[in-house]
Ligand binder design. Sequence first.
Ligand code: SF4
Length: 243
Amino acid sequence: MNGKINSYLTLSAIDGPGLRFVVFLQGCKLRCIYCHNPDTWLPDNGVVISAVDIIQLMSKSDEFYRQSGGGLTVSGGEPFYQPEFTAEIVYNAKKNQYHTAVDTSGCELLSDYPDIVKNTDLFILDIKALDNKRYFSITGDSIEKSIQNGIYLSSINKKIWLRYVIIPGYNDTMDEIEAFYNAVNGMKTVERIQIIPYSKIGIHKWRDAGYISALENVSLTPPEKIRDFIDFINKKAGKIVAV
Ligand code: SF4
């Protein structure tokens, strides 16, 4: 089947184990204030492509993905905005014996999508805040499904990497990171936690698309704040923490 993608990236080293072919799907219902890819939001934009053609594009660098223990990562936008397309991409990737990962905000209940879950080896789950008001101020949505998804994936023994972007003034207090730790503690299959400082990498895309970013004048995350968060998680959770 066909779906819409925004872009793709070859040989990424940060979107799952090994080297990855990352496909960024078009469309997302959230409006995160720190979004690096606001150009993925509107479903009418993007390029039409088939799931089979995505695997063909990927196979041009096949040896790098296989030899590095890498594979395919479906990202966005939000992969669950086009769930049937995502299901077909991971199905085709598994058919070609690639490792598969799906990078999601967790805004949909993953248990409703068994075809995606079955063919996905790793979920990269973004936890944007733990306090519901803070989560809403960052995303415009509520936190419950993200947490339920982590617990669900653990219960079926699926591997999880968690991502947490520290946004100064929004989710950077120690009570927030303690709440994050408490939530993570209930997710037994978390392999890795990526603590990511807020950066202004995507801010030009906001301007180009005519959006006004609430973070236009927010400072970057101070390095000592990142260190505090990493130390706390390392000490308490003992997971691999990366920036
Ligand atoms: S879920 Fe991802 S793509 Fe969607 S608005 Fe948030 S950061 Fe952007």
